[in-house]
Design a protein around this ligand. Structure first.
Ligand code: SAM
Length: 231
């Protein structure tokens, strides 16, 4: 299924599902932890959330950036973001493609793509674009999906086109001209979302996921965020 078609459909329940799910509370908590740990003590002028979807990560960007640009490929996802951020003077939203970012070189101090790169057929090009639009000294967050995860083994979702091992992702980041600083594993133990609904499930998995996000086990995480810096 074409990615836009898939997300036009997914957009209807995207936020409602995430807002009620303990599984997504853990995933988004880890994403936030990764973001804040790697921007600690710094503030930024311009941030880019490439593949921003409904804008769930934009509040986190606004804690650190004076102005934030959200960009997404799917109009229906972006409409949801627009409904929330339409009157925010420091948020700009636009339709666009990660493979051909409509910005000049070195436009942003902080650049991120959470949960969007696995949909991009040419992930190397998307990473080169993220690196290109980032200023020297800027921080880049890039999230990948692992081919070794249970998610990959159990599900075949046609709108996911790119699965990378940690080593491959690190190599791709370096080839794009970025210096890799850290890797955060997400969904290392939560084999399925339903486990988090069991009594005590949220606390148990939240502890495990946070405790081992930096361990060698993140090679088996469903997702992982690679944190890079533009030299
Ligand atoms: C799982 S959602 C993630 C949204 C948001 N980053 C989040 O964490 O909630 C994936 C998003 O990637 C977007 N996307 C897929 N391919 C893209 C591309 N080539 N360029 C920009 N966005 C893309 C989709 O439209 C979708 O909104």
């Amino acid at each position: 299924m074409e990615v836009r078609q898939a997300y036009n459909h997914i957009s209807k329940d995207y936020d409602a599902h995430r807002n009620r799910s303990p599984y997504f509370k853990i995933i988004e908590g880890l994403t936030r932890r990764c973001f804040l740990e790697n921007t600690e003590g710094r503030s930024f002028e311009f941030g880019l959330d490439a593949g921003c979807g409904t804008g769930r990560n934009l509040p986190m960007f606004l804690e650190k950036c004076r102005k934030v640009q959200g960009l997404d490929y799917t109009p229906a996802m972006l409409e949801k973001a627009a409904a929330v951020f339409k009157s925010a003077p420091n948020v700009d939203l636009m339709i666009g493609d990660l493979r051909d970012l409509p910005f000049q070189d070195a436009s942003f101090d902080l650049t991120a793509s959470f949960k969007a790169l696995p949909h991009v057929p040419n992930i190397s090009q998307a990473l080169r674009e993220l690196a290109r639009v980032t200023k020297p000294g800027g921080v880049v967050f890039a999230e990948f999906y692992s081919p070794w995860s249970f998610r990959r083994l159990l599900t075949r979702m046609p709108h996911f086109t790119d699965w990378r091992t940690v080593d491959e992702a690190v190599q791709l980041m370096e080839e794009a001209g970025l210096k890799v600083k850290k890797v955060y594993g997400l969904r290392t133990f939560m084999v399925t979302e339903y486990l988090c609904y069991l009594p005590g499930g949220y606390r148990f998995f939240n502890y495990l996921e946070n405790r081992f996000t930096h361990s060698f086990l993140n090679r088996f995480s469903g997702y992982y965020v690679v944190v890079g810096e533009k030299p």
